[in-house]
Design a protein around this ligand. Structure first.
Ligand SMILES: Nc1nc2c(ncn2[C@@H]2O[C@H](COP(=O)(O)OP(=O)(O)OP(=O)(O)O)[C@@H](O)[C@H]2O)c(=O)[nH]1
Ligand SMILES: [Mg+2]
Length: 337
């Protein structure tokens, strides 16, 4: 039978579209208790978030709340209803931003981060699945030429966000909002300060991740340019975007499979520049999808990155900070999660 012939009663499970089981159950068509063949499943009973069940119309083509991406308005709505951590991201073309988010999603849904972190739900499941599709082909043999597609935005001036909710080892839920920005935004920012306005949303973020490629800092031919660009980017962040100093910065050093899992020493200079601007800084070695070194596991460093993202907490001085649209964020809920 084809995946389209099945209907899942778990909210947000897109098995019928993607063939991916939300609970990562092996051979879900046989083993998943929530999956029924379309003809057996009338009426379809869908479990609500609270565990309650309600009936969907018998002829329902399953209604998915999951979408490809969230726009700023969706994000503002989500942040009003529940405390979500907004992750800012910057990084030039091909730095590995999309691979990082995709690896994070695959590590979580594949249960590779258990028991530290467990996947709960995503409001943009189809967006993650779309990004992961080359990788799913990959498992059937051969490394894809391009791991994920180059990021393009339908709406050139407004960021698009992916959503991921996970639970940590203490049972605390973390909702992360991850903007998958095209690298051109960062490259343009370097040459044209007037584009800083596109990044206004960063000042509402809980943490900012700057994606830098390890091989560029390790290679003597490219390292000077890499340091100059990173220094320039940090100046833009501080002086043109006016990122509040209370927002911590993580230097996400990607493609570390090409540097033996090590962070090139030149990154210390970049970290010093971050501190010099008055921000707190952490540096994380990553290899989302290692292709050059069999000793480095897929998703190398993702757990460390997650530890930074989930521990980025509310800034007390910002507890009355309005969200994008002037509406209050759910800070009170955040305390009790
Ligand atoms: N060696 C190595 N290469 C990687 C790794 N992760 C990603 N890459 C490579 O980097 C390329 C670019 O990754 P993307 O995630 O598309 O980069 P991006 O920053 O989203 O690029 P734009 O969307 O163009 O801004 C991929 O196609 C891979 O070839 C890694 O862990 N190791
Ligand atoms: Mg991208």
């Amino acid at each position: 039978m084809k995946k389209e012939d099945f209907v899942c009663s778990k909210p947000d499970c897109t098995f019928a579209i993607t063939g991916t089981c939300l609970e990562s159950i092996d051979d879900p068509t046989r083993n998943c208790p929530h999956l029924k063949t379309a003809e057996k499943s009338s009426p379809v009973v869908i479990e609500g978030d609270s565990g309650e069940e309600f009936e969907a119309p018998t002829d329902s083509a399953r209604q998915f709340s999951s979408s490809l991406e969230l726009g700023l308005q969706d994000v503002a709505r989500l942040m009003r209803s529940r405390y979500a951590k907004l992750v800012g991201i910057l990084g030039q073309v091909e730095a590995g931003k999309t691979c990082l988010f995709t690896s994070l999603y695959l590590q979580l849904t594949g249960r590779h981060l258990c028991p530290q972190y467990r996947f709960v739900v995503s409001d943009t499941l189809l967006g993650f699945e779309q990004r992961a599709r080359h990788l799913r082909d990959w498992s059937q043999g051969g490394v894809p030429d391009q791991i994920v597609d180059h990021t393009q935005l339908g709406h050139s001036r407004s960021p698009a966000f992916l959503h991921l909710a996970l639970q940590d080892a203490h049972g605390i839920r973390h909702d992360l909002l991850l903007p998958d920005l095209p690298g051109e935004w960062t490259t343009r920012l370097l040459s044209d300060a007037s584009t800083a306005e596109r990044f206004t949303f960063l000042s509402r973020s809980d943490i900012v991740v700057i994606v830098l490629e390890a091989p560029k800092f390790a290679n003597p031919r490219t390292r000077n340019n890499a340091i100059t660009d990173a220094t320039h980017l940090l100046a833009r962040l501080a002086d043109d975007i006016h990122l509040p100093k209370s927002i911590p910065i993580v230097l996400a050093v990607t493609k570390c499979d090409e540097t033996e899992g090590q962070i090139p020493a030149e990154l210390n200079r970049v970290a010093d520049v971050v501190s010099g601007h008055g921000y707190s800084v952490a540096t994380v070695a990553l290899a989302a999808f290692p292709t050059r070194n069999a000793q480095i596991p897929t998703g190398f460093g993702i757990d460390t990155l997650l530890a930074h993202l989930t521990s980025a907490c509310l800034r007390p001085e910002d507890s009355s900070t309005p969200s994008f649209d002037g509406a209050d964020r759910s800070y009170l809920k955040a305390r009790g999660h």
